[in-house]
Design a protein around this ligand. Structure first.
Ligand code: GLN
Length: 480
């Protein structure tokens, strides 16, 4: 279905189309074509049709519907929906059905969106290709021999394949923006604390944020407006926060910095697209200059100490007693050991070992402590840059989508997030907008970064970039 979220909501609100018709059409697309993409771990067909029916009944009674009336939404499978399996792409959670629903999901449902299903991800959101899922890899809808990016690859693929106009992901080091870039769609990581994390299975709590994917900037903003807001159940939620979905596409007079450290080591096609974006923004009246943010070069190293350290603590709760899988042993210790040995995949184990090491006595100051200092340096450097520039831009990913199975070295995979990680360490918002393609038609996104709570200006620049973006060289979704 090519209809966007706003179009669907308008049609449903004005009774031109019923929510049931919308949902049936999207379920039909998924049942026909998802075997070629593998975006979904679970399709919630019955529940979606019931939800749609309730919306239609309310509409027929003349009730006013919410801003996402009848809009089908796919959720990354690390967000809890009461009574539905939540796997996090891991065998260790197999069979676990949460008894509660994530705040972000509740807000979507309250806005009359319809939950269509749960999407595939790298196990516990650790990865950049969705190949670390314990179930199956997801394919890039634009070229099924390529990865969709990750870790929210199923959500990105759902939107790119037109299974849903909106999908929700989580971004700890780039997991919304990088797959958005690789799939040719829009992906937003909001300011830390703007969207509640209650009901998001924690990976690295000080970095995790929930955010939307959409096929255009306006739909992403519509979704973010619904998602954003204070929640007493998340102690890091910003009091009084909201996002007002009104922004222009005006960049005239804006000062835009291009992060120098993120222009080295990128592919030729990505560099070309970045230069096109710079030229376009200048033609629209913005001042665009190079800016150095030196500490961002340490971002990757700091992230791979902080994120695993937090993960090693967060994932200790999966013990074979409280959730999902249990591999019984002779005593409780053996049950823990066997469950965790069988339930977790290789990348998750690697991260837990790295994290435990970084936090252990004797190494804490040299590793974890130092990484936290880098985090402070990054915040200071960004603050300096935002003294001179309204927003910053960079490539989202150093390359276009890579081949399934191509990256076997963990470090090579980690490099995929070199441009996205600094925003998580700073807690700042950033988003990816498709702007060009390489010669093979693989999409390339531009990242727009803004200071904390700077979503409004970030969206204006993204909207402008969308206006100037090259049309894809190949059809976005080839089914035959
Ligand atoms: N690719 C990064 C990692 O593996 C980021 C993941 C994420 O944002 N969830 O940690």
């Amino acid at each position: 279905m090519d209809l966007g979220a706003q179009e669907i909501a308008d049609l449903v609100k004005s009774s031109k189309v019923s929510a049931t018709q919308v949902v049936e059409a999207h379920l039909d697309e998924i049942s026909r074509y998802d075997s070629r993409v593998n975006a979904f771990l679970l399709v919630m067909a019955e529940n979606a049709l019931e939800q749609a029916k309730r919306i239609d009944v309310r509409r027929s009674k003349g009730e006013e519907l919410g801003p996402l009336a009848g809009v089908p939404i796919a959720l990354k499978d690390n967000m809890a929906v009461s009574g539905f399996a939540t796997t996090c792409g891991s065998k260790i959670l197999e069979g676990w059905k949460p008894p509660y629903t994530a705040t972000a999901v509740k807000r979507l449902v309250a806005a009359d969106a319809v939950l269509i299903g749960k999407t595939n991800l790298d196990e516990f959101a650790m990865g950049s290709s969705t190949e670390n899922s314990a179930y199956f890899p997801t394919k890039n809808p634009i070229d099924p021999t390529k990865v969709p990016g990750g870790s929210s690859g199923g959500s990105a693929a759902s939107v790119a394949a037109r299974f849903t106009p909106i999908a929700i992901g989580s971004d700890t080091g780039g997991s919304i923006r990088q797959p958005a870039s690789l799939c040719g769609i829009v992906g937003v990581k909001p300011t830390y604390g703007l969207v509640s994390r209650y009901g998001l299975v924690a990976f690295a709590s000080s970095l995790d944020q929930i955010g939307p994917f959409a096929r255009n900037v306006q739909d992403a903003a519509l979704a973010l407006q619904v998602l954003a807001g204070h929640d007493d159940r998340d102690s890091t939620s910003i009091p009084g926060s909201h996002f007002d979905n009104s922004f222009t596409d005006r960049v005239a007079g804006l000062r835009i910095g291009v992060i120098q450290e993120m222009t080295t080591g990128i592919s030729g096609a990505v560099e070309h697209t970045l230069n096109d974006a710079i030229a376009f923004l200048r033609s629209m009246g913005a001042t665009v200059e190079a800016v150095s943010i030196p500490s961002t070069t340490y971002g990757l190293s700091a992230y791979y100490l902080i994120a695993p350290a937090e993960a090693s603590s967060n994932l200790s709760r999966f013990d074979g007693v409280r959730y999902g899988l249990r591999v019984p042993g002779a005593d409780i210790t053996q049950t823990y050991e066997q469950t965790r040995a069988e339930g977790f995949g290789a990348e998750v184990k690697r991260r837990m070992m790295l994290g435990t090491y970084a936090l252990s006595a004797g190494y804490y100051d040299a590793l974890y402590g130092r990484a936290q200092k880098v985090r402070t340096l990054i915040l200071d450097d960004f603050a300096k840059a935002y003294g001179a520039y309204d927003v910053l831009i960079s490539p989202t990913s150093p390359t276009v989508a890579f081949g399934l199975g191509d990256k076997t070295d963990p470090l090579a995979m980690y490099m995929a997030d070199v441009c996205t990680i600094p925003s998580n360490l700073a807690g700042h918002p950033a988003m990816s907008v498709p702007f060009g393609c390489d010669e093979a038609g693989l999409p390339i996104g531009i990242q727009v970064l803004a200071p904390a709570m700077g979503e409004q200006i970030m969206f204006s620049v993204a909207q402008s970039l969308q206006n100037g973006a090259a049309k894809p060289a190949v059809p976005v979704w080839r089914r035959d």
